[in-house]
Design a protein around this ligand. Structure first.
Ligand code: GDP
Ligand code: MG
Length: 162
């Protein structure tokens, strides 16, 4: 069994950092430039009982730009081929309109979606968390990809889920 897990979210929330941390690679491009990873990127995650394929995606903006349109298509393909979608948001930014637009789109493909509130190192903003709970995603985890916080728990949850 090799389930496919897609990492999706707007630019700069830390998707590629998460991908690199979970796959123990430096393959995915990480930068301060939003939306740097334009294409899909595949890696393997070692779980307790099996391996999963992780798919990093470029930033999804949800507006009408042509490049964005192509990126959206790549992301929707990643979602369609996934058994589980990790929807990443940023505790530092709180809930923003682009998060809601992206979630609306990925919900159209009925897949299991987990909400990862990244950048949750240090003091976790309870107000921001409360906002995220309102999205109605049952499975919410606060993580910090950059500080590897919550990643062992995430891997355990994935292992148990399948
Ligand atoms: P992507 O566009 O969603 O793939 O985001 P990146 O992985 O490229 O990261 C965007 C920026 O956020 C980079 O400067 C990362 O170093 C930073 N970042 C990623 N994860 C974390 C985190 O857990 N905490 C903090 N504070 N910064 C992070
Ligand atoms: Mg990226």
């Amino acid at each position: 069994m090799t389930p496919v897990i897609a990492v999706v979210g707007r630019p700069n929330v830390g998707k590629s950092t998460l991908f690199n941390a979970l796959t123990n690679t430096r393959d995915a491009l990480v930068a301060d430039l939003p939306g740097l990873t334009r294409d899909r990127q595949y890696g393997e995650v070692e779980l307790a009982d099996f391996q999963a394929t992780l798919v990093d995606t470029g930033g999804m903006l949800g507006d009408e730009g042509q490049l964005t349109g192509m990126m959206d298509e790549q992301i929707m393909k990643a979602v369609e081929e996934a058994d589980l979608v990790l929807f990443v948001v940023s505790a530092r930014d709180g809930l923003v309109g682009d998060d809601e637009r992206i979630l609306k789109r990925i919900r159209q493909v009925s897949k299991t979606i987990w909400l990862l509130v990244n950048k949750s190192e240090g003091r976790v903003d309870e107000m921001a968390l409360a906002e995220f709970y309102q999205l109605g995603i049952e499975h919410l985890m606060a993580v910090s990809a950059a500080h590897r916080k919550g990643l062992a728990e995430l891997k355990q949850s994935i292992n148990q889920h399948f």
